[in-house]
Design a protein around this ligand. Sequence first.
Ligand code: SD4
Length: 337
Amino acid sequence: MHRRNFLKTTAVSFPLISRPSLFSSATLKPIIVSTWDSGLPVNREAWKILGNKGRSLDAVEAGARYMEDQLGCCVGLAGYPDRDGIVTLDACIMDENANCGAVAALERIKHPVSVARKIMEETPHILLAGKGAQEFALNNGFPLEPEVLSQDAKKAYEEWKIQQHYNPEINIERKQNNGPFAPYFFNDGTANHDTMGILALDTQNNLSGAVTTSGMAFKIHGRVGDSPLIGAGLFVDNEVGAATSSGVGEEVIRIAGTHLVVEYMRQGYSPEQSCKKAVERIIRRNKEKAKLLQVGFLAINRKGEYGAYSIQKGFTFSVKSEKEEKIHPSKFFYHAV
Ligand code: SD4
């Protein structure tokens, strides 16, 4: 081949810039990683599919559904309500072919992640919100659940109304004592919220992810965070890797956080380095504000390598593969608020 033509054709598929090789060593698969300690039983549930050579998409959905069935502050209908006392759920799902679906501000439906999957598989759309999302769910056989708060949620909501001098005004969050995102922190500065983000790599080398949450506790009715937004709360690119986030969704949306993490992995950074660079992007934009809030990113690449990084101490993630079943503390930028 003429040298000029050779250079022309090779330049298309092999960039001349040298990069760390992402895809050279053996792949650890199947593997599943999930946000927080609560990811451990989620991984176990998903492993029933993943460990049997099942599809990563089915595994992440099963994991998310498991979490949506639990009683807890932060996922599913037992989660904490918004400031009007209504539980609204956000979820999304994405597969190896960039198919994705999402629901936002969904009320009285038990498994938002499965509604998200239905939207992905049976409509030309990606995201349905509010009443329309609920109508879609009902039309597709999801039952309407009763409008009741779980015992824990009711108690937390009653306490919150007293402590926060409940007053339904715009921007009430900014008047709270400990900064704009006070509902997110325990006294030691760790986040009090655990949205479930799940990423899996299956035996067919396919990556998928899912996220499910009741969102920021005591939020303004209708507020939607990062969790159901593709590129913010979840992003999957089968050529490179996948990422998910937890924490103050507004800050993740501002930097298109998980898309950014995946793009760093594309440049050759490890999952942990990529998460760190995204966290640093948030901090660089507003150092003072970042001291008061928590965001954590979790990522996995095509080799099955994983890593996480958060603004504050306290973010954890859970891993399951044939080699390990473990909760890992995330590395972090600040020690405490
Ligand atoms: C949100 N990112 O609604 C979610 C909340 C969360 O751990 O992740 N909490 O902003």
